[in-house]
Structure formats: structure tokens, C-alpha cells
Design a protein around this ligand. Structure first.
Ligand SMILES: [Zn+2]
Length: 236
């Protein structure tokens, strides 16, 4: 049997197992669905794949960026590294912020549950952004699209960032961009307190419409494809 055929058969087995797990999960309440998916082959493969990635150089860089980002937010600046690690590891294992917060109550007895949940949610967001950044930069993608949830809960400053192109080495201060007095410094999508925004890697210039809004050194400008090519160094 050739290598190609073995890989092909393996992919078919994976697809069947994944479909079966999804079908089985669809009949169960949400909480049980998560358990089934976690225990299913596909869930395990995803978890093991992520775990493998996090135990190598990607994980080292993600943890460094996460610590750095936590130091920059008033909510997380005084949280010990061991707690940051605890929240990060638990989220990688599929736990939600409320479950993680419940587990932290014994470790941080001075804080109430709401505070811990907010901290957990913020750190999970920061870790997710850090992973996006490390994965992107590793393959030479240095720009992303700031994507909000586009609902009523999105804060005014982040609404301003919807769809804007941002470079990983030049984070904006969304509050300053809308003239708010309280500033939280410069940060990326998903890094602010309880921020639900995410970063979509810009691999290709055809992924967005031109002219497009671009953040660069303190302001947002509308740029043509040619202008963006010049400042970003991206080809197409
Ligand atoms: Zn946000």
C-alpha cells in the first residue's frame, strides 16, 4: 500500500468518527454534548494536537505573550503566574470561564466569584489572541482583521475597530481612537477586559474589500490596495 493510500484511508476513518460523534452529540443536552465531544476520538485528537503544539516552542511564546499581556491590564496585572497558567491549562482542556472560576475560589479566597470569572474570561481571551499571533507570525502573516461580535454588547471603542486591519507589531488604543478619557493602553483584539473580539489572519489581500480601513501608528486611515501593499510589504 502506498503512503498516499494510507493517509487517504486514515482521513476517511477520521471523518466517519467525527460525524458519528457529532450525530451522537446532537441528541444530547449541551453540557453532555461537550462531554461526548471531549471523550470522542475527534475531540481527543484536537486536544492532543493542541497539547502537542503548546508543549513546544509555540507554547513557550504563547505563555510569554500571555504573561506580558496580563501585566498590561489592571484586572490581571497582580495575578500570579501560577494562576495564569492554571486558567490557561484548564481552558485548553475545554473548561469554560465559570467552571474555572469555581475552581479558583479556594486558591484566591479574597476574591469573589464574579471577579474570578471576569479574570478567567479575560485571560482566556488573551491566550487565544496570543496563540493566533504566534501561529500567524510563524507562517509570515503579520496583519489581521479586527472582528467584533457585532452585537449590542460590543463597546463603542471596539465597534470603531470592526473590520480594521491591524499589524501584530503595532497594537491600537481603541479608547484613544474614540476620544475616551479612560485608556487601557495599546492592545490587540481579544486582549482587553472581557473582550470577545477576535483576530482573523490576513493571509491574502483578496480576503477584504478595497479601499479598506487600516490602523497604523495611532490612527485609522482608508487605504487602497496599492497603498496597503506599500506599507505592509504584502504581495497579493
Ligand atoms: Zn472587544
Amino acid at each position: 500500500m502506498t503512503m498516499g493510500l494510507i493517509v487517504f484511508l486514515f482521513m476517511i476513518v477520521l471523518a466517519v468518527l467525527y460525524t458519528l460523534a457529532r450525530m451522537q452529540a446532537g441528541k444530547l443536552p449541551v453540557r453532555k454534548q461537550r462531554v461526548v465531544l471531549k471523550q470522542s476520538t475527534s475531540g481527543n485528537i484536537i486536544y492532543r494536537g493542541l497539547n502537542g503544539e503548546m508543549s513546544g516552542p509555540v507554547g513557550t511564546e504563547v505563555r510569554r505573550l500571555l504573561r506580558e499581556s496580563c501585566l498590561q491590564s489592571p484586572l490581571t496585572a497582580t495575578i500570579p503566574n501560577s494562576i495564569i497558567e492554571n486558567i490557561h491549562t484548564n481552558s485548553l482542556q475545554g473548561k469554560r470561564a465559570d467552571e474555572i472560576a469555581a475552581g479558583l475560589m479556594a486558591l484566591l479566597p479574597d476574591m469573589d466569584y464574579e471577579q474570578l470569572e471576569s479574570i478567567a474570561r479575560t485571560i482566556i481571551g488573551k491566550a487565544s489572541t496570543a496563540l493566533d499571533r504566534v501561529r500567524s507570525e510563524k507562517i509570515g502573516i503579520h496583519w489581521y482583521v479586527w472582528e467584533t461580535c457585532q452585537d449590542v454588547r460590543v463597546r463603542k471603542s471596539h465597534r470603531k475597530m470592526q473590520g480594521v486591519l491591524v499589524a501584530w507589531n503595532d497594537p491600537p488604543s481603541p479608547e484613544r481612537l474614540v476620544g475616551e478619557k479612560i485608556e487601557y493602553g495599546n492592545y490587540h483584539a481579544g486582549e482587553s477586559i472581557e473582550c470577545r473580539c477576535c483576530s482573523l489572519p490576513l493571509a491574502d489581500l483578496s480576503e477584504v474589500r478595497w479601499p479598506h480601513r487600516v490602523y497604523q501608528r495611532g490612527s485609522i486611515q482608508r487605504m487602497t490596495r496599492v497603498q496597503f501593499k506599500q506599507i505592509s510589504g504584502m504581495s497579493e
